[in-house]
Design a protein around this ligand. Sequence first.
Ligand SMILES: Cc1cc2nc3c(=O)[nH]c(=O)nc-3n(C[C@H](O)[C@H](O)[C@H](O)COP(=O)(O)OP(=O)(O)OC[C@H]3O[C@@H](n4cnc5c(N)ncnc54)[C@H](O)[C@@H]3O)c2cc1C
Length: 372
Amino acid sequence: MLGAGFGGLELSTNLARALGDQLDLVLIDQNEGFIFGFSKLDVMFGRTPAPAVFHPYKDIDKPGVRFVQAGIRSIDPTAKRVVTDAGVYEADILVVALGADLDPSATPGLVEAGHEFYTVPGAFGLREVLSNFTGGEVIVGVTSTPFKCPPAPSETALLMHDYLTERGLRDASTISLVMPLGIPIPPSPAASEALLVAFAERDIRWHPESLVTGLDPERKVAIIGNGTEMSYDLFLGVPHHRAPAVVEESGLAVDGWIPVDPLTLETSFPDVYAVGDVTSVGTPKAGVFAEGQATAVAEQILSRIRSGPTPASYDGRGTCYLEFGQDQVARVSVTFLSGQAPAGELEGPSQEMAQDKQAFGTTRIQRWFDRS
Ligand SMILES: Cc1cc2nc3c(=O)[nH]c(=O)nc-3n(C[C@H](O)[C@H](O)[C@H](O)COP(=O)(O)OP(=O)(O)OC[C@H]3O[C@@H](n4cnc5c(N)ncnc54)[C@H](O)[C@@H]3O)c2cc1C
């Protein structure tokens, strides 16, 4: 199992529960522990201390699962052979869940004259940057597509409004949100409408169908794809995404990401599956979809081992939480089925949904990290 993010943790958990000691699964990740994507916003806005959101992999205690902390150097999908910093591994079944790498340097000026809030160092470092900010023009901007968690820039703009309000800086500031999408969450018109209302109520300036192609450090302006410029004092960007280099070099990727059968998550290589952000399966790049895909792959592996009936195919379902600020959270349930327009429903925003989101995180940590 390559990668111990949403996909890798869910797959390992499901297989360990079903197979116990019969399982022989090596879970490989370069990191020491897991951090939820949404925890990055919590740390950045000072809502949670950084150590509280870190979940060390050494806590994993599952029958048949061995965690190896190592960088993956090469993947041979034909031989199902993986070379890592900690040795060579050969598998009967290989599952790739290596996520999307982030490349802030791909946007001219971003590293020198802006900030990004998608990497752990970027988001955690922003905590201090924000506490030193004394007000001015703030831009939250997306620099390329596809990007993880499409609601995250909208959430960041809303949380920024709260943050500046609490610090008495909102009147001295503007907040602009620059996104490549026509509406904030295209699969859910209801959620998009609720967000657009929230932006209008808070005077958050919404710039749809626009990408930030670069920053000019001298003039402190963001260059927008359509040729316009926007001045800023604080730029918070969503950086370029790409498949990890080891995936690009493996021959698994086509046009940047790993193509899979949308019903089975099989790649074009026998006994090699891929789930989550590293694929081009057609769902958004979000943890809940990686998790659902991992569940579907676990079912298939179990059915093969037990020579059981063909399991149900991947259903494309996911439930995302949306921070509206002011302790209000909404829940969006979306289904992406191949060949059909995605359908999304909205519940909230409300304080009850904020508790629901909390429970979502707690239950994952309990089952992935074997905590009671
Ligand atoms: C600010 C922000 C907020 C978000 N909020 C949400 C949310 O509310 N809900 C939601 O569902 N999603 C959210 N996401 C998206 C979510 O974090 C990702 O979509 C999800 O983690 C993808 O899961 P994955 O298993 O595909 O990959 P990941 O969870 O990214 O895991 C990939 C793993 O592979 C490892 N890896 C990569 N390359 C190598 C290598 N060469 N060697 C060894 N290990 C390697 C990485 O270390 C990583 O642990 C958010 C993301 C961000 C940035």
